[in-house]
Design a protein around this ligand. Sequence first.
Ligand SMILES: *[C@@H]1O[C@H](CO)[C@@H](O)[C@H](O)[C@H]1NC(C)=O
Ligand SMILES: *[C@@H]1O[C@H](CO)[C@@H](O)[C@H](O)[C@H]1NC(C)=O
Length: 350
Amino acid sequence: MSIAFFHLLLYITLFSSLTIRSFPSPNSPYLSPKIIFPNYQNMLINFKIFIYEPNSPLTFKSPAELLFYTSLRNSPFATRNAQEAHLFFVPFSADLSTRSIARLVRGLRTDLPYWNRTLGADHFYVSCAGIGYESDRNLVELKKNSVQISCFPATPGKFIPHKDISLPPLATPHAPHAPTNETASGSFRFLGYFRHTVGTESTLARELIGDPDFVIESEPSDEMTNAERLSSSKFCLFDYEIDISGIGEALRFGCVPAVITDRPINDLPFIDVLRWQEIAVFLRRGGGARELKRVLDGTSQDRYVRMKELGVVSSQHFMWNESPEPLDCFNTLMYQLWLRRHTIRYVRRE
Ligand SMILES: *[C@@H]1O[C@H](CO)[C@@H](O)[C@H](O)[C@H]1NC(C)=O
Ligand SMILES: *[C@@H]1O[C@H](CO)[C@@H](O)[C@H](O)[C@H]1NC(C)=O
């Protein structure tokens, strides 16, 4: 695709999103605030997923994958009637070799009529690590046409932005559940809270150690300390390349995420649902501690308060529940799938 054509496409996309969506309300964390709730209700009533029966019991690498899979199986979205299904789920274990995945897809293609209708475009699968580019035809179609649900952040080269979906991380160990009265005081002791796993602190974190505006530490010892940190810090710092797993808790506690990254992020969870620019700050790593402080200090009080409020509203979408609740992580992932259900079927079997 030529650059000019690509830009034309970009303008068309931008222009149509402005005219169709109208301008997002400043009080909403959603990209399409007028559409999301009726569309979500519509999904609850109508969405049907056909799940292929796996050959053997599945094993997953991450708890998020397992939660998604069990929630889906037990949900009212699952149907045994393939004729009414909008989408088809291809289950396989995390450790299945690419060759076996290829064989699995070939089986679907030859034994059943559904794959050929869209060459896999109305199919989806979960793979925490994601699938890379392969030359095998079955894998090419799975990779390029089907919707992949992978863990956030995705491995570079294993995520296709316009169709793939990110699984938000589960809550971290010692994640406090809800802000308490004691912690929700509104005055901040720290400009930023930077938590890291032992041994993985970034150069930026090392630069900030000793700065009284920041609290830098490896995993806090307990839930109460974590709650205290989250609510007494204005911003929660995350290094996108290292560990961004506490982002849901930060939002819930009104600790506005400041995400440090040197490359564009195109796999943010719920990127087609939430206005990320309104709930988080994105910063270059190259600017170092000085630029970080300048940007955080330079955020106006009005903007800060709005980000914080929208972040708290958005945080419900990051909550995983054993049995799914309205607008929680599972249901919002389902909503993203619902947004991707429009595919053209070449061969229709009536
Ligand atoms: C799907 O298409 C392939 C050719 O691309 C064909 O070999 C296969 O039999 C078709 N599957 C069904 C179920 O008709
Ligand atoms: C929090 O504070 C409010 C009033 O400020 C009070 O009504 C409520 O019971 C408190 N909750 C807890 C858990 O202490």
